[in-house]
Ligand binder design. Sequence first.
Ligand code: C2E
Ligand code: MG
Ligand code: MG
Ligand code: MG
Length: 271
Amino acid sequence: LYDQLAAITAPQCPTTSARPGSQYVPTASDLDAALAAGHIIPFYQPKLSVSTRAITGVEVLARWRHPDHGLVGPDYFIPLAEKEGLIERLTDQIIDQSLVQGRIWLDQGRPLKLALNLSALSLRHLDLPEDLLRRVEGRGLSPEQIVLEITESALASDFSASLDILTRLRMRRFALSIDDFGTGYSSLKQLQHGPFTELKIDQSFIAKALEEEGSLAIVESSVQLGRRMGLKVVAEGIETEQQMDLIRHLGCDEAQGYLLGRPVAANDFPR
Ligand code: C2E
Ligand code: MG
Ligand code: MG
Ligand code: MG
């Protein structure tokens, strides 16, 4: 099961901005030591309103601050963590650190929604909804401030089991986002019956939408589908003003991308 899930979530091609200096291939014991040393940390990338460009929230993206290899992106260690049984510890650490940060921002008068990426494996734990609620409230935050991003491919791996957990999460008022929409194999029926609140169009379609008719068609119909289903529609991977104009024209609610803000450490976020 672990191997199957790791294969599903393995990257075809790393899209990360944080690449290791050399061809660093971490082992499970490297990652285990990094977790123990607190080297796995959250970076934050803003999500903005397309119409006002106000920051509505931040996506939490894991980074490995490696003493020898620099900043390592999640495509290099999330599949490893899933395969080696380290993903729960990793997820716990990322969530705890980002909840503390979310609380600091709230105390500073910046009520930012936190978008957390969940692994397919997390959706197998029946105690996840209650556990997460306890941790969020324990930090003085509320579940309405938390968006849980789940990739479409993570959903497809065992939809009926995931649906149960997703429903329990939604009952506790967590927002639920379908990440990388268009790249997985979920059916429209699953989409219709899932308790989602947000749809994130995968950046690969955004990247080609202005050059390729097929990608434009996918973006356009995804926006329409999301809106008709009452979901907030987010475009990820916005790198140019032309792409921003396009998604505004098509009716996307929120945008995320290097044009608007790269993922950065908490200390660099205010700037
Ligand atoms: P994602 O959730 O779809 O996150 C978006 C990815 O696109 C991030 O890569 C982000 O840095 C990158 N990105 C943002 N704007 C742009 C842009 O304008 N252009 C381009 N080319 N890329 C952009 P990153 O940080 O390398 O993360 C990769 C994936 O790793 C994430 O995809 C997410 O699925 C996963 N991930 C990240 N953090 C965690 C985590 O804490 N737990 C789990 N389970 N998965 C995580
Ligand atoms: Mg995401
Ligand atoms: Mg995505
Ligand atoms: Mg992705």
